[in-house]
Design a protein around this ligand. Structure first.
Ligand SMILES: Cc1ncc(COP(=O)(O)O)c(C=O)c1O
Length: 430
């Protein structure tokens, strides 16, 4: 942001505002709106933008000010580009013609369509998990909240990786079970906790973790975690939202790459990432999936996922299981590696090792000027700051896809490096 920026008070409000209502000053609501209006007055508000087309590697984007910007898109989860693949769109259009716009009922009443059954079968086939079933939800968030709160009760124990997604935490809170946390990926600490629980009265225990952690872009230590859980007779829930269709030789996730797929009790995926749609599913034993279908409240008491999206997601899954999927999986990984190499000597890449490339910029006061500058230079990225990550550990997340070209990767890296120099988080200058 330029020197002449007229008002800067909003910058230090970016994390302080969350404490407003606790301090007994203005309500959080008032402070939030004031903050938004101040940033908007400076024409610097970089959030809540609108795409003017599909989530392709290069997009036109309208900011809330009305301004249209042409940017390299590294802020969508469309990792394999299936969200706009012509076969996927065609399948969705056919279903739209056949079934109409929405499911118009809960899946346990009249909201089930044949496309839903086909998606469930395709998911289980894709995973190569004979004898299991899929329970499909209208959101990935709902899978975690619905499944965990359906299976776990007050006297049970839920053990979470400290970096687990909000939907897992909220599911655990809804369940009302006793919560335990282990430090991120720390299997020794997990074992200690499980041992302690086991020494008390025997209760149901669920260990929850993820394939790829979206805030850090690193992999879950699934081999160690699943083995430890088995040792102590605990169930496992593994959320592969960001790794399904991408990680593992056949796209079956980090659990496949770590050789523990068969041992995962509740395999969670969303359709909003590599499948390019919306919704989610849990793959579990037939009995467990049947139970979840009836006892997960956000599935039972909510409309089924719409038929057109269901058909599109099913087609994306079929493509993902074909040679097209193999090629795109290879390409997204090599693209991420190239981008990391282009950035490594100039910025702090944290611990990211996947297709989510993180760039740490530290101070949350930099968030607005940074994202504003990136967009104006031609790159849309995702930023994370407090309360999503600890204070002082703000970061840019670059979601790399198989469809980004070498030229786009190079330009994106140049933009990040230029912004790092201007805003002061280049590791070369420190
Ligand atoms: C790990 C994880 N689980 C679940 C979700 C929720 O998925 P959805 O956006 O498809 O509801 C997300 C969202 O980004 C996520 O990162």
């Amino acid at each position: 942001m330029s020197e002449e920026t007229p008002r800067k008070e909003y910058l230090d409000a970016t994390y302080d505002m969350f404490l407003g209502s606790i301090m007994g000053e203005k309500s959080e609501y008032d402070r939030f709106l004031e903050w938004v209006h101040d940033v908007e007055d400076d024409d610097a508000f970089p959030f809540e933008t609108c795409r003017v087309g599909a989530q392709r590697p290069q997009v036109s984007m309208r900011r809330t000010s009305g301004e249209l910007l042409d940017v390299i898109n590294m802020s969508s989860y469309n990792y394999l580009g299936f969200g706009y693949h012509p076969d996927v769109i065609e399948a969705a259009k056919e279903a739209l013609d056949l079934y109409g716009l929405g499911a118009a009922s809960s899946p346990v009443h009249s909201g089930g369509f044949e496309v839903h059954r086909k998606l469930e079968r395709t998911l289980v086939d894709f995973m190569g998990l004979d004898g299991r079933s899929a329970s499909v939800f209208s959101s990935g968030y709902g899978v975690n909240t619905g499944v965990i709160s359906a299976l776990m009760r007050r006297r049970h124990h839920i053990v979470l990786d400290r970096a687990a997604h909000m939907s897992i935490l909220e599911g655990a809170q809804l369940a009302g079970s006793k919560l335990h946390y282990f430090e991120h990926n720390d299997v020794d600490q997990l074992r200690e906790i499980l041992k302690e629980i086991q020494s008390k009265k025997k209760r149901r225990v669920l260990v929850c973790t993820e394939g790829v952690f979206s805030a850090d872009g690193d992999f879950g230590n699934l081999r160690g975690i699943v083995e430890a859980a088995k040792e102590y007779d605990a169930m496992t829930l593994v959320d592969e939202a960001h790794s399904f269709l991408v990680a593992g030789e056949n796209g079956r996730g980090v659990a496949e790459a770590h050789g523990v797929l068969e041992d995962v009790d509740l395999y969670v995926t969303t359709f909003s990432k590599a499948l390019g749609g919306v919704g989610g599913a849990v793959i579990a034993s037939e009995e467990m999936a049947r139970y979840i279908n009836w006892y997960a409240k956000c599935r039972m008491f909510s409309c089924a996922i719409d038929p057109a999206v269901t058909a599109g997601v099913t087609k994306a899954l079929e493509l993902g299981g074909s040679s097209i999927g193999d090629e795109r999986r290879k390409r997204v990984k090599s693209n991420a590696m190239k981008l990391r190499e282009m950035l490594a000597s100039d910025v702090d890449l944290g611990v990211s090792e996947s297709w989510i490339v993180t760039v740490n910029y530290g101070d949350e006061e930099r968030t607005i000027p940074l994202l504003d500058a990136l967009q104006r230079k031609g790159l849309d990225a995702s930023v994370l700051q407090f309360p999503a990550v600890p204070v002082g550990e703000s970061r840019i997340r670059l979601f790399v896809t198989s469809e980004h070209t070498d030229d786009q990767l190079r330009k994106a890296a140049d933009i990040i490096i230029a912004a790092a120099n201007e805003i002061g988080f280049s590791t070369r200058s420190s």
